[in-house]
Design a protein around this ligand. Structure first.
Ligand SMILES: Cc1cc2nc3c(=O)[nH]c(=O)nc-3n(C[C@H](O)[C@H](O)[C@H](O)COP(=O)(O)OP(=O)(O)OC[C@H]3O[C@@H](n4cnc5c(N)ncnc54)[C@H](O)[C@@H]3O)c2cc1C
Length: 398
């Protein structure tokens, strides 16, 4: 395995880091203290700068207006962008739009691509992915109550979803709904494109998360779908392929999430080290002189390095053998990187004392928003179970 970064890409990553440092970090104060919509004009201006350097929608294919980076190139860019919560948004590769771009590219019809994919890649609209329901376990994605009943040339959708990230202000949702309740569990549901202005689509609330309901892209909505009628041509892929498409969405997406988390780890690690190097416990007596803090620094460094190498190895395997062959690696990195992320943020926050609890540093934002890493895209326990069962199968059981 060779994880060296080619020279030109190293140059690009270096310039992205400077851009984030000079232009985007200063906007974080507003992110922490003002409603998200008030940031949109500044973010739009930054998006123009990203467009000018040719990295807007970096992972999207060139034919649809993206920068066409390879899987591995985007993984490394994702690591840089993860250093600030605004990085992916400014480059138009934020969740859930990036995942939606991927499935639209892979499964949408030509007219669907024209209507939804192109403006999404151009950053003219946003989207959301509506699968999880409050009354059903998201960890079991084949069991849900939302239905899409065929009626002439339409589907009529009824159901209740929540944690539909970024639905507030989105132009469309990709909705997972049961189209054939009698089919095999993995073929019951389909994915259907629903324009958010369709009658019957109603955002009930932006669900408060750790005390913040948020708004616009930075929110998780509860949505009621009441007799929402859309043309059958809004079906994404085949009828009954909802689960399959959801799996396709998550494979490569997990690499990008994990690399984003590594970026967050690196930023938190910088803050931990700066604090250890600058904070005096008594005149001339630095926090970093304490062995406990030295242990945190050394352990964090080891954990980040380990997580990063595991993610790169998984990406390397996906590149060579495809997502199916790398299923075990993908589950390993999902729970391991999420755990490292929690440890690193926690130690950085602890080193800041009371300051760590305030919104005067970005650590509180990471703490609030990234705890979900152990829950979304498959809770840790599910991934651990996947890994253990596959290993035990090799020992003749399961
Ligand atoms: C920040 C955030 C953003 C999200 N964005 C979206 C989105 O955009 N669209 C969307 O559709 N959904 C989204 N979700 C929802 C997410 O996909 C679900 O929360 C996730 O699938 C878990 O489902 P659940 O919350 O229903 O928990 P449940 O399925 O009820 O599970 C609860 C807990 O039970 C345990 N558990 C579950 N299964 C097992 C098992 N097999 N073995 C052992 N323990 C188990 C785990 O600890 C798990 O955390 C988001 C969630 C978060 C936190």
């Amino acid at each position: 395995m060779d994880f060296s970064i080619p020279g030109p890409l190293q140059e690009t990553l270096r310039s992205v880091r400077s851009f984030l440092l000079e232009e985007i970090y200063p906007l974080e104060r507003d992110l922490l203290t003002r409603p998200f919509r008030e940031l949109l004009p500044s973010l739009a201006a930054m998006r123009e700068k990203v467009r000018a350097i040719g990295l807007f929608a970096p992972q999207a294919p060139r034919e649809y207006g993206g920068a066409g980076l390879s899987f591995m190139e985007h993984a490394l860019l994702s690591e840089e962008l993860g250093r600030t919560p605004l990085g992916h948004f400014v480059f138009n590769c934020q969740a859930p739009d990036s995942g939606n771009m991927e499935i639209l590219h892979e499964f949408a019809t030509a007219p669907q691509k024209e209507t939804w994919l192109k403006p999404l890649v151009a950053g003219k609209i946003r989207s959301c992915f509506s699968m999880t329901e409050p009354g059903f376990p998201g960890s079991n994605p084949v069991w849900m109550a939302t239905t899409a009943v065929s009626d002439g040339d339409s589907y009529v959708i009824n159901g209740n979803k929540w944690f539909t990230t970024a639905a507030d202000g989105a132009a469309f949702a990709i909705v997972m709904a049961v189209t054939d309740p009698n089919a095999d569990p993995h073929r019951r549901a389909s994915q259907i494109i629903v324009p958010c202005e369709t009658p019957g689509f109603a955002i009930v609330r932006n669900t408060p998360v750790m005390g913040h309901a948020g708004e616009d892209w930075l929110s998780h909505s509860e949505i009621v779908y009441k007799d929402v009628r859309v043309p059958r041509t809004n079906l994404l892929g085949r009828e009954g392929a909802g689960f399959e498409i959801a799996q396709a969405r998550l494979g490569s997406g997990r690499i990008h999430h994990c690399m984003r988390w590594i970026g967050i780890c690196e930023r938190s690690f910088d803050l931990l080290c700066e604090r250890a190097a600058r904070r005096d416990l008594a005149p001339g007596d630095k926090l970093g002189s304490r062995q406990t803090v030295q242990n945190w620094i050394a352990e964090c460094r080891a954990e980040i390095n380990a997580a990063r190498l595991m993610v790169l190895q998984a990406a390397w395997k996906i590149d060579r053998e495809g997502g199916k062959a790398a299923r075990e690696e993908i589950s390993l990195i999902k729970f391991y990187s999420a755990d490292v992320l929690m440890h690193v943020i926690d130690r950085a926050l602890q080193a800041h004392g009371a300051l760590g609890m305030t919104d005067d540093t970005i650590l509180s934002y990471f703490w609030r928003h990234e705890r979900g890493a152990r829950i979304y895209d498959g809770p840790d326990e599910v991934h651990k179970s996947v890994v253990a069962r596959r290993i035990l199968r090799r020992y003749g059981t399961f």
